[in-house]
Design a protein around this ligand. Structure first.
Ligand code: FES
Length: 99
């Protein structure tokens, strides 16, 4: 079941890779929104193995770190500040343990 607002006409879908799974998104939609849709808002696990996820949704708490995989590298980014773009590759969970 979709969790998106139903009365808004969405733009053409794009596709991103989330933990190796191709998921549909919309250009400009936040990666945080995609975590809510596909990961119950969970972004990673901390050093104790506890699940972490969205909290402030405005870039200040750092609870939403995920890994952006691009150009053969991986870097931590805040999901709530990152807009989905076609072909983007994101890793959550154990791939995003604290550095
Ligand atoms: S949810 Fe707080 S920084 Fe993203």
């Amino acid at each position: 079941m979709s969790k998106r607002i139903g009365f808004v006409e969405p733009p053409a879908p794009i596709h991103i890779e989330l933990d190796g799974e191709v998921v549909e998104a919309y250009e400009g939609e936040s990666v945080a929104a995609l975590l809510v849709l596909h990961r119950d808002g969970m972004s990673r696990h901390d050093r104790d193995g506890d699940a972490r996820g969205l909290w402030c949704n405005m870039g200040t708490c750092s609870e939403c770190f995920v890994r952006l995989l691009e150009h053969g590298r991986s870097r931590r980014v805040r999901a709530c500040l990152l807009e989905a773009t076609d072909g983007m590759r994101i890793a959550t969970g154990s791939h995003t343990q604290d550095d």
